[in-house]
Design a protein around this ligand. Structure first.
Ligand SMILES: Nc1nc2c(ncn2[C@@H]2O[C@H](COP(=O)(O)OP(=O)(O)OP(=O)(O)O)[C@@H](O)[C@H]2O)c(=O)[nH]1
Length: 556
């Protein structure tokens, strides 16, 4: 059967809709036969392209596919083995490797064909279940936010009253010492009065002057003490905020860190000596921690040299050298990285959010807009995800919570027209930042990518230098799949940075390394939870120390 016939005979995609509870608003979505067919055709084009590739390209393609499948780990092992074999036997027979790559490419194609409909169904089912869980979890999120803001205001009140108490006690002690000064001045004056009656008017003038000086000095010291306590209170608050961000990051990375240290300890417990087997195992350990095959090979090569250079022999020495090297490598690779946000200082900044369904785009916009608003920026949101009705409601909800205007459009209306309205409203309001939410697009869907390009054109017609940022949102829990998405988006859109979400829910935080090393895209923000405060600017130093730092402490 030909490829097209095969696709035509695929069963139509169906998504079962869960029975909503009474009173619960649910958006029901299904995949129509047309959509399924369109997707299948789009994918079949890809397959035709891959079938006409050279064996080498086909092999690379097959590697990509297998990396993103559920057997990513074993495929990665195979690719490492292949890479090593290539390295060692440069004269290996070409026809043999060609035959192998053709077989690999064929089986990858087959796997791809059979998984297209299932993957589509899964994506839409995921989006439905997201909507359902959003409805059920809204009240919980609200409760959490209330509790959070209550505890925040309590702590503010506590530090305010502490500051007040400090200021009162300082000014009290100042006034005590001031009155002592005054009293002694009076005593001295009295003494002088008794001794020399004829100097009385002068003494009175002096006394009056002393009192006046004393009042002035009391006022100055009072205001000084007030500003000192205000500074102290501010310092306490700033430290508290810094501590919370650090604690959040620490907590957010705990799963990844646990996995890293478990794997590391297990790896080091098998340590016998520094030989080739040791480095093979190290490579495997790095791969299993989701750093990516290519990064694992590069890292292992550098680590091999470093261990030799430092002449490390004992288990402890080797462990320390390797972890320190990992930290150094990570920091070194980030030297030219621009993780800053490019905001227009004299006018409107437009930030476009792209990424597949359910990665956390809307949530990230909610968190980020609240953050910028708190910093004093005027922000507007545009709900250009008209494809999924729940997405607009979700953004409107975030807008309500943070008192931020949201521009919306009718369900299934042209997203570009919502973007246009958003730009117009933001300009009319003289806003600083417009955040644009876009539909979760399947990266291989040509139509949706074109839609994204159209949005950009509309924005640029109004503001030529915009969008200043196109942030690709990736879900860290999807590991290697996130890397694959980043590759595809990078090829079809001018991505300026990455937001890596859900780091709190995964042991796959290691994915941040290949995003930077292989794709050279800066991670600008990380999501470490669902609360409005759970979005942090990415700090490579804090991140890598959070990940490996404790291992280093442990090996001391
Ligand atoms: N634990 C955790 N959950 C997150 C984080 N960011 C987002 N989420 C959750 O991920 C789910 C999906 O987030 P959305 O913001 O709806 O994702 P989206 O990309 O806008 O999805 P579509 O609108 O379908 O394209 C929601 O339940 C969010 O609460 C995070 O950093 N940590």
């Amino acid at each position: 059967m030909g490829l097209f016939d095969f696709l035509k005979h695929k069963p139509k995609v169906k998504v079962e809709v869960l029975q909503p509870k009474p009173g619960m608003a649910v958006d029901i979505k299904y995949v129509t036969d047309e959509i399924a067919e369109q997707e299948a055709i789009a994918d079949s084009h890809e397959l035709v392209v891959s079938a006409s590739m050279t064996p080498v390209e086909a092999e690379r393609e097959a590697e990509n596919e297998t990396l993103t499948s559920t057997v990513a780990e074993s495929a990665a092992h195979a690719s490492i083995a292949q890479a090593k074999a290539d390295r060692e036997t440069a004269s290996a027979s070409l026809s043999e490797s060609e035959a192998a790559s053709v077989i690999d490419a064929q089986s990858a194609e087959q796997a791809h064909v059979t998984s297209v409909s299932d993957a589509m169904a899964q994506v839409h089912a995921d989006s439905l279940s997201d909507e359902l869980s959003l409805v059920t979890s809204t009240s919980q999120v609200e409760a959490d936010m209330l509790a959070e803001s209550a505890s925040f205001s309590t702590s503010v009140m506590v530090s305010a009253s502490q500051a007040h108490a400090t200021s009162v006690s300082t000014s009290q002690s100042l006034s005590v010492s001031a009155s002592q000064d005054a009293a002694s001045a009076v005593n001295e004056a009295e003494l002088e009065e008794t001794a020399e009656h004829d100097l009385e008017p002068e003494i009175k003038r002096d006394l009056a002057q002393t009192e006046q000086n004393h009042d002035t000095s009391l006022e100055i010291s009072q205001s000084l003490s007030e500003s000192a306590s205000a500074d102290a209170a501010n310092a306490i608050n700033e430290t508290e905020v810094e501590q919370t961000a650090e604690q959040d990051l620490d907590q957010g990375l705990s799963k990844t860190r646990r996995t890293w240290s478990d794997r590391w300890n297990q790896f080091m417990s098998n340590f016998r000596s520094v030989d080739e087997d040791f480095f093979d195992d190290l490579e495997e350990t790095l791969i299993s921690a989701d750093v990516g095959a290519q990064t694992a090979v590069t890292l292992t090569d550098e680590l091999r040299d470093e261990v030799k250079l430092k002449n490390a022999k004992s288990q402890d020495e080797v462990s320390k050298v390797i972890i320190q090297k990992l930290i150094d490598l990570y920091e070194r690779q980030g030297v030219d990285e621009d993780t800053s946000m490019h905001l227009n200082a004299n006018g409107l900044t437009v930030i476009l959010f792209v990424g597949v369904n359910g990665v956390g785009k809307t949530t990230t916009i909610g968190k980020m807009s609240a953050r910028y608003k708190q910093e004093g920026k005027q922000v507007v949101l545009a709900a250009a995800d008209t494809f999924r009705a729940g997405a607009t409601e979700q953004l409107v909800e975030w807008g309500k919570r943070n008192d931020i205007p949201v521009v919306t459009g009718a369900a299934n209306s042209d997203p570009a027209s919502v973007v246009y309205d958003g730009v117009k409203q933001a300009q009319a309001q003289e806003a600083d930042i417009l955040f644009v939410d876009t539909a979760g697009r399947l990266q291989n869907n040509v139509n949706l990518m074109q839609e994204l390009a159209k949005m950009k054109r509309i924005i640029q017609r109004e503001i030529p230098e915009a969008p200043q940022e196109v942030l690709l949102v990736l879900d860290a829990t999807t590991g290697q799949n996130a890397l694959q998405q980043a590759r595809l988006f990078k090829d079809s859109t001018d991505v300026t940075g990455i937001v890596l979400t859900k780091l709190d829910g995964t042991a796959k935080g290691g994915i941040i390394l290949p995003i930077r090393n292989e794709l050279h895209l800066p991670v600008k923000w990380i999501g470490v939870g669902e609360k409005v405060t759970d979005l942090q600017p990415f700090d490579a130093d804090a991140f890598v120390k959070g990940l490996f730092g404790r291992l280093l402490e442990g090996s001391k």
